[in-house]
Ligand binder design. Structure first.
Ligand code: GLC
Length: 500
């Protein structure tokens, strides 16, 4: 495949229709919003589907699909919708003995009843872990932006946080700081050999625990018990261990690979080991050499005894920047890797969800011959336009927090981001805001893609907002911000009535 695409090939020409496209996208977005108990609560996953007669759940409110929706609503000051969403999710937090504390993957109001899916209705009966981990992050974004400290310190929120923490902070057989999950437990919700400790889940766990600490810190001082103080101590220690674990076992560069390839194997005993997971050098895939080039770095997809997953997962890596797992120099190494592998990761439709795809026998064995996850399609190397804004957020946040670091790289990333933005702007309206794109260059609309997919539309609007409307709004994504108390509260009150 040619390494360089010309501007023409990449479909990145600036378009004079920018304003019209943005206005139309805003209208489409408004159509995705639905109510629960008479009040706007969030968006359905998609407005249209190629097989309208089937019973797919695209008409439901997915927690993960509503992450960009909630961020966008916060940027518009529509706080009451976000609060209602957070509160509805809390009402739906499971109380069943075996799933106590988990949040549903999706919910919908049917004949006046709110019906939630915890996995018992989903295709393959899979359960999602990411929905539960996203909730505290979204709640903290809301509190930070709106200044609604009252909500954060309420018994309802504080209780929800404790229930969720119960799912994580407990003894386990392996005693590591990672959360073990089955296959299909996050955005990649069909078999893709992503069981164990997949990057996206572990990174989200980190964001979740950081947000839980922020929320617990806001518990009213008069009701702060010794138990809560202990929880804070344990959670902070967990966070510290989790970050070290991820940096030690997932972060790779050309330099670390040279060391990994020459490590001893079969090490027994409790002294410091170089190869705790007994990884044989033969499992290191050859494509990694060019992928990493000299100065690139990224977090691999999973670590398991003897079988690390070296695939590149866009969302996990991007969130690792936003949540502060990667240091600034590591983030720059990641950006260099993205630039170097642009023809794979961006190609015609930014950006690819996971690279490289599994083919032939491997596809058959690891996906259970899933035709939806055919090589270069859907989760298996497909392109998801909804992922681009996360990377955009990471680039812009890095740029604003490190204004004088590697200006050349920053300029290159900026121009790549601009080109990707034009590429989406020129194609998405024509392709009816499809869910995903297929093929090695991501040119074809996904074979089973829904159209007018909410996170495609709102992801584009978010990127437009961060590039054109207010770049400093990217600070909303920084978990270390302080709640903007008074100003936000007043705004929240003003918008509350408008969104009823
Ligand atoms: C598919 C995607 C999942 C998404 C859902 C709703 O199942 O794999 O990530 O949340 O559709 O859009």
């Amino acid at each position: 495949m040619a390494r360089q695409f010309s501007q023409q090939q990449l479909r990145v020409r600036p378009s004079s229709k920018e304003e019209a496209v943005v206005a139309a996208a805003r209208d489409q977005f408004e159509r995705t919003l639905v109510t629960v108990r008479g009040q706007l609560v969030g968006s359905v996953a998609a407005l249209e589907h190629p097989h309208k007669s089937d019973s797919a759940n695209y008409g439901e409110v997915f927690l993960r699909d509503n992450v960009p929706v909630m961020v966008y609503l916060l940027l518009q000051g529509r706080y009451s919708v976000v609060r209602h969403f957070l509160s509805t999710c809390l009402d739906l937090q499971s109380t069943a003995y075996q799933t106590r504390g988990i949040f549903p993957t999706s919910f919908v109001e049917e004949k006046g009843e709110v019906v939630a899916d915890y996995g018992q209705r989903s295709i393959g009966r899979i359960t999602s872990v990411d929905a539960s981990l996203w909730w505290p992050v979204l709640c903290w974004y809301y509190v930070q932006r709106s200044g609604d400290v009252e909500f954060a310190s309420s018994q309802k929120v504080q209780r929800g946080v404790q229930l969720l923490l119960d799912l994580v902070l407990h003894p386990s057989f392996e005693g590591t700081p990672v959360l073990f999950v089955p296959d299909c437990a996050f955005m990649i919700d069909r078999p893709m050999d992503v069981w164990g400790a997949p990057l996206e889940v572990e990174v989200l766990l980190y964001g979740c625990l950081r947000s839980c600490c922020k929320l617990m810190d806001l518990a009213q001082t008069n009701v702060r018990s010794r138990l809560l103080e202990q929880r804070l101590v344990v959670t902070r220690k967990w966070l510290h261990d989790l970050r070290l674990f991820l940096l030690k076992h997932y972060w790779v560069t050309s330099k670390t690979m040279q060391v990994l390839r020459r490590r001893p194997t079969e090490q027994y005993g409790d002294q410091q080991h170089q190869n705790e997971f007994n990884v044989q050098p033969q499992v290191i895939p050859p494509w990694l050499q060019d992928w990493l080039e000299n100065r690139g770095g990224y977090l691999i997809g999973n670590i398991r005894t003897g079988r690390p997953d070296f695939r590149f997962y866009s969302l996990g890596n991007t969130l690792a920047c936003l949540f502060g797992i990667l240091t600034s120099p590591q983030q720059r190494a990641l950006f260099r890797l993205v630039l170097h592998n642009r023809e794979h990761l961006m190609a015609q439709m930014p950006m690819r969800i996971c690279h490289p795809p599994m083919e032939l026998e491997e596809w058959s064995n690891k996906t259970g011959s899933d035709p939806k996850n055919w090589p270069w399609s859907y989760h298996n190397g497909g392109h998801w336009p909804s992922l681009l804004w996360y990377l955009g957020g990471a680039i812009l946040l890095h740029e604003q927090s490190n204004p004088s670091a590697d200006v050349l790289l920053t300029a290159q990333m900026r121009s790549m981001l601009e080109e990707c933005y034009w590429s989406q702007l020129n194609q998405l309206p024509r392709q009816q805001w499809a869910e995903y794109f297929d093929g090695p260059t991501g040119t074809w609309v996904g074979q089973q893609a829904r159209t007018y997919q909410t996170w495609t539309i709102v992801g584009f609007l978010l990127l437009h907002h961060l590039l054109r409307v207010n770049p400093s709004d990217v600070w909303l994504l920084d978990l270390d911000g302080q709640p903007q108390e008074h100003q936000g509260r007043k705004k929240a009150e003003a918008t509350a009535s408008a969104d009823q």
